[in-house]
Design a protein around this ligand. Structure first.
Ligand code: PMP
Length: 374
């Protein structure tokens, strides 16, 4: 395998090397069909087999129960911010927990279709001063009886905040379904489906190319779309047509399917599959946070209990060194470490496809740079 730099992009993000090689090999002639996957009818035998395998593999990997439907859609995470209330709000009450930039955006978009209330806002926690550094305790959430659903972003990509366990709304005395935006940590850890009504994710971080959007929805939530909901975004119509109501993002589904196969055979620390990738994600994150915490040049400000395993924002205490830091990183083959423009600083996204060696290389660069400039 050719040596490639380590890519810390938040998304579109690095894909497993093996998957990219396989895509390259199969590009001109998929399995003797004489066609690229991009050139096949979505209703043909070849593509249907790709689609069915991808769906079955994902169901197995994430242990998705039978009463949930898996939809392969388009529209991305932001599209889902509208598609979700169009399908589930019934024009009524929607409670949103704001824990970072993405859930804040979701609340604003849902307001166009539903009566939105911010059930809790991390930026208003004592000492937060408008920053997102912690998750308000679920027992403090101001949830309304009769809300159509409760929206939570379970991994805030920009702020580096992750729910380490899904909130148990039933235990809080609420029967509204929980809708989660799990775009940036999908397939990095198991999901407790007993706590979830719907989950959506853009593919471009952990699953495949941008353009594919994954929706996993409990069957009883289908069939309540508002009349203004576009038919191609009506979950029930899409579910009944096996995601083929209109042309699905075929190439994205194919690449995602290869990623699911890669995950299924993934082995690490004596484990395989999702348990193995989760263990490697835990180890990678622990290594990186330990390096940041042990330094006097860098800092990560997120509460230890909700630090993301996937997105690690950090700051140089002397911000004048930012440009030198990024230039030196690039020279060492460590790419796309610049933080999101809204928070500044740096961000290392270490999704499933990032090998342990990538995080080790970053940690060794952090130390060398600090020795030179600290
Ligand atoms: N939600 C989360 C958690 C995200 O990280 C992103 C993209 N970074 C989005 C939503 C928006 O997704 P898209 O760009 O696919 O619309």
């Amino acid at each position: 395998q050719a040596v490639r730099p380590f890519n810390f992009s938040a998304g579109p993000a690095a894909l497993p090397h093996e998957v990219l090689s396989q895509v390259a090999e199969e590009m001109l002639d998929w399995h003797g069909s004489g066609m690229s996957v991009m050139e096949m009818s979505h209703r043909g035998r070849e593509f249907i087999s790709i689609y069915e395998t991808a769906e079955a593999d994902l169901r197995e990997l994430l242990q998705v129960p039978e009463h949930f439907r898996i939809l392969f859609m388009q529209g991305g995470g932001l599209g889902e911010n509208a598609i979700l209330p169009l399908n589930l709000s019934r024009g009524g009450a929607v409670d949103v927990v704001v824990t970072g930039s993405w859930s804040k955006k979701s609340a604003a978009e849902a307001k166009r279709y539903a009566d939105v209330r911010i059930a809790a806002n991390a930026a208003e926690l004592p000492g937060a001063n408008g920053r997102y550094l912690d998750i308000p305790a679920p027992s403090t959430w101001q949830l309304r009886r009769g809300a159509s659903y409760v929206h939570v972003c379970t991994n805030e990509t920009i702020d580096g905040i992750e729910f380490q366990a899904l909130p148990d709304l039933k235990a809080l005395g609420h029967d509204a379904p929980l809708a989660i935006d799990f775009s940036s940590h999908v397939a990095s850890r198991p999901v407790d489906w007993s706590r979830v009504g719907l989950a959506f994710a853009g593919a471009q971080k952990n699953i495949g190319p941008a353009g594919l959007t994954l929706v996993i929805v409990r069957e009883d939530l289908l069939g309540h779309a508002l009349p203004i909901c576009p038919s191609a975004f009506d979950y029930k119509i899409v579910a009944e047509a096996q995601s083929m109501y209109n042309t699905p993002p075929t190439f994205g589904i194919y690449v995602a399917g290869l990623v699911f196969q890669w995950l299924k055979r993934f082995a690490y620390g004596g484990k395989t599959g999702l348990a193995a990738i989760e263990q490697r994600n835990i180890d990678k994150a622990a290594l990186l946070y330990a390096a940041l915490d042990g330094s006097s040049l860098y800092e990560n400000r997120v509460a230890a209990s909700c630090r993301s395993r996937m997105n690690v924002p950090f700051f140089l205490r002397d911000e004048r060194l930012n440009d030198a830091f990024l230039a030196g990183a690039k020279e060492r083959g460590l790419l796309q470490l610049k933080g999101h423009k809204s928070v500044g600083g740096m961000r290392a996204s270490i999704y499933n496809a990032m090998p342990l060696e990538g995080v080790q290389a970053l940690v060794s660069y952090l130390k060398d740079f600090e020795t030179r400039h600290g």
